[in-house]
Design a protein around this ligand. Structure first.
Ligand SMILES: CC(C)(COP(=O)(O)OP(=O)(O)OC[C@H]1O[C@@H](n2cnc3c(N)ncnc32)[C@H](O)[C@@H]1OP(=O)(O)O)[C@@H](O)C(=O)NCCC(=O)NCCS
Length: 161
């Protein structure tokens, strides 16, 4: 199948379950670690808050389809009281992204992020990525810059406009 077969659409309320699946994929990016189950992810408020109540005010997401959903990227605003891992400010939404394992490395993640940033009205977006995650290089290629470095993770920001 060619890349042109990828269809990208807006994430809808009915995509909450798929976004949760994609959150689990993002959390479990490291094959070398024991994976958290969906129940464990949802029981951890610092993880569940990336999808809880989807869609809530300010949320924006896209889903990539090739026959069925193969990946998603979405933006959500957080507050200093209940921040995301990549929180920088109340008005800077955080990016989450994942592609189903069998579909990775074919440009889908980059296409989802490019489409998400094209329709976002925000001036900046942020994210947190573990330094060992290859996704960090993708983010750098897409224009993200590291603004804070933790013990194992970087907070990165991209200026959209
Ligand atoms: C990160 C992710 C969304 C990128 O989507 P993708 O469709 O695989 O990415 P693309 O094909 O558009 O771009 C490939 C780049 O993504 C990055 N990448 C990260 N993990 C990858 C993987 N498992 N397979 C392929 N590429 C990966 C690399 O930078 C890669 O570039 P390279 O081939 O030069 O190393 C996807 O690989 C994924 O879901 N990974 C697991 C979940 C995750 O890490 N989410 C982000 C948490 S911060």
């Amino acid at each position: 199948m060619t890349l042109s077969a990828l269809m990208i659409r807006r994430a809808e309320p009915s995509d909450a379950g798929f976004l949760t699946e994609m959150l689990c994929a993002a959390v479990n990016w490291d094959d070398g670690r024991a994976a958290l189950t969906r129940a464990q992810v949802l029981a951890d408020p610092t993880l569940a808050r990336y999808v809880s109540g989807w869609p809530r005010s300010g949320d924006l997401g896209v889903v990539g389809e090739r026959g069925g959903p193969v990946g998603a990227a979405w933006l959500r605003l957080f507050t200093a009281d209940e921040p995301g891992y990549g929180y920088v400010a109340d008005d800077v939404p955080e990016v989450s992204v994942a592609v189903l394992p069998g579909w990775r490395g074919q440009g889908i993640g980059a296409e989802l992020l490019s489409e998400l940033f094209a329709i976002a009205t925000d001036t900046r977006v942020s994210l947190s990525v573990e330094r060992a995650n290859r996704a960090r290089e993708l983010y750098r290629r897409l224009g993200f810059q590291t603004v804070a470095a933790g013990a194992q993770s970087d907070t990165m920001v991209k200026i959209l406009r």
